[in-house]
Design a protein. Structure first.
Length: 318
């Protein structure tokens, strides 16, 4: 395992003769391979946050029976396909990789009896071995990556500035990662629970302190891995928002289609009833009009005839 990591590191060094570039490229390659696992773990973590209210109900319901509580929670996890340790899995995998990388970098700068480097785990024909063998520094961009910030402070304060700057960048990246997680929790109105919450609270404080005592080469690893995680979280958030928007659009179209069908049915009924009512009203009006006119006409015709008889009777009496 150590020889394999060292061989990949030596291959990246041959592409561009820079120690920091080789370490950054190796880190990027490792995290690219871990990306599918990180994506799955992130979704498992989001599922844990989404089901948190139901889990709290179970915990409250069986708060007096810890065994029953664990059984019900395990049953709930199985029903909803949740892995409570899924969010920790990438971190657990990265720890051995970090330890291997730590050993490899320590082996690259292994000191000989005369105080020079005697690189370990490397093929002696590789350019990385040739450049490090017999040297006392692993300089990249003016910084000796074999030294730590703690060791640099023992020399002049001016020499320690680049090392302290790397530690400060590590702290800033860790803080921003924590802010990303907090923002996502606010957006989903959930809180991280379980081991993930503990790890996410410790890491932002642990990495800067640890970076102060380890060689700067490992700090480069921390910085690149942190930047990769920030980009990864941004991509995951964008993909989740896009998926939610597509679901909302699909649901909106489905509701609009069902609503349109209901509206057209209502219009058909309205036309039929209004047509029936209109024809009936017209018929009633026609009937009333005909009857009224006929009666008024006949009455008007009879009144003159009746008046002529009365006038005839009056003449006879005279």
């Amino acid at each position: 395992m150590f020889d394999a990591i060292a061989t990949v590191l030596a291959w990246f060094y041959e592409l561009y003769h820079n120690y920091a570039f080789a370490i950054a490229a190796l880190t990027f390659a490792i995290f690219t391979l871990l990306f599918p696992l990180n994506l799955k773990a992130n979704r498992s973590m989001m599922a844990m946050q989404a089901y948190q209210p139901e889990m709290k109900k179970i915990q409250q319901q069986y708060k007096d029976d810890r065994q029953k509580q664990q059984e019900e929670l395990l049953k709930f996890y199985q029903e909803h396909g949740i892995n409570p340790l899924g969010g920790c899995l990438p971190l657990l995998i990265q720890m051995p990789i970090f330890l291997v990388l730590f050993r490899v970098i320590s082996g690259l700068t292994r000191g000989d009896e005369d105080g020079t480097f005697d690189p370990d785990y490397l093929d002696q024909s590789s350019e990385l071995f040739i450049d490090l063998d017999g040297s006392t520094e692993m300089v990249s961009f003016g910084v000796n990556l074999a030294r730590s910030a703690n060791e640099a402070l023992t020399s002049t304060p001016l020499e320690s500035i680049p090392y302290l700057g790397l530690v400060a960048i590590t702290a800033l990246i860790s803080w921003y990662q924590q802010k990303q997680m907090t923002y996502r929790q606010k957006q989903s109105n959930t809180q991280m629970v379980g081991p993930q919450a503990t790890l996410m609270k410790i890491i932002p404080f642990f990495l800067p302190v640890f970076s102060f005592f380890v060689p700067a080469a490992l700090v480069v690893y921390f910085i690149v891995s942190g930047l990769f995680r920030i980009g990864q979280q941004g991509y995951i958030r964008w993909s989740n928002e896009r998926r939610d928007a597509e679901k909302a659009a699909t649901n909106g179209k489905a509701k609009g289609t069902s609503g349109g069908k209901g509206g057209s049915g209502g219009k058909g009924k309205g036309n039929g009833s209004s047509g029936g009512r209109g024809n009936g009203a017209a018929a009633d009006a026609g009937a009333q009009g005909d009857g009224g006119d006929g009666q008024n006409g006949n009455g008007a015709a009879k009144q003159p005839h009746h008046k002529s008889r009365q006038s005839g009777k009056r003449k006879r009496k005279r």
